[in-house]
Ligand binder design. Structure first.
Ligand code: SF4
Length: 271
């Protein structure tokens, strides 16, 4: 049967309410009463509930299918930040805040040539670091974080990046997202789930969470995603967020997850 195109124009009769979602967009969703009268199809209430932000879609079979499709779509998904060791990955991840990975990758070759080790960063002046990382934005704070992390790595961890969440979180500029990137990519340790802006947005759109705080979203994901998928799941979601489920205008017609998705942000729907 041919797929049906659904225009995202709610019925005039349907009452509307506006809510903020992690995309930063204001989503208009029909009230449950209105939506239940617009279709007699089975399951429509469940979908409308999710659209309205009240429901989660965490059925294990659905999650398994979601993971299968993500893995099929991005079989080689990996961290896009260029690095040769855990320290370089840590620095690159700090630099990636509010900046594209492509921009970070343009900056790090010169940075790591000038300062090849944590000790070299620890000895460098802040202006010397700032000069190289300026184009990544927020360079005063980033230079402080990198310098502080280098000093701590040198003085307290014998020049080696620690491989536990507890120790990583003691480094300046390192929160759970950065720690999860380093643990998962450099040490292959699934301690948590990386929740960046893409994972945050997609998790909400796919009904995996109704939280907006990254820490709470991570807790939700850790509950419903099997641990042996945590590392790959983050990479795949980030790729999907960059290529298909983009923030302002998701490319739903090209999305391999479309039949599993009931987001109010959809630009096209087959169901
Ligand atoms: S169907 Fe659209 S909103 Fe849903 S995950 Fe795919 S691109 Fe994102």
């Amino acid at each position: 049967m041919a797929a049906m195109v659904v225009k995202k124009t709610p019925s005039k009769k349907a009452s509307k309410k506006t809510r903020r979602n992690p995309s930063g967009t204001a989503s208009k969703s029909t009230s449950k009463k209105a939506s239940s009268t617009t279709s007699g199809r089975p399951g429509v209430k469940v979908r409308e509930k999710a659209k309205a932000g009240g429901g989660l879609e965490t059925d294990p079979k659905r999650i398994a299918e979601l993971l299968r499709r993500l893995a099929a779509a991005y079989p080689n998904a990996k961290c896009a930040l260029h690095h040769r060791n855990a320290w370089e990955l840590l620095v690159a991840t700090i630099l990636s805040a509010q900046c594209t990975d492509a921009r970070v990758n343009m900056v790090t070759p010169e940075l790591f040539e000038k300062f090849p080790t944590p000790a070299a960063f620890a000895e460098a002046s802040l202006p010397a670091i700032e000069e190289v990382i300026r184009s990544t934005g927020f360079y005063h704070n980033k230079a402080k974080s990198i310098s502080g992390a280098a000093k701590k790595v040198v003085t307290e961890f014998r020049g080696k990046v620690p491989d536990t969440m507890e120790e990583l979180l003691t480094l300046p500029g390192v929160a759970r997202k950065t720690a999860n990137v380093v643990l998962g990519v450099a040490f292959k340790k699934a301690v948590g789930v990386v929740v960046d802006t893409h994972v945050l947005r997609l998790s909400y759109r796919l009904g995996l969470t109704r939280e907006t705080d990254p820490k709470k979203v991570e807790e939700d994901l850790m509950r419903i995603i099997p641990r042996d998928h945590w590392i790959a799941f983050s990479h795949e979601m980030i790729h999907h967020g960059r290529q298909i489920c983009i923030a302002r205008k998701p490319r739903c017609v090209e999305c391999s997850l479309e039949t599993l998705c009931d987001s109010a942000d959809k630009t096209w729907s087959s169901h």
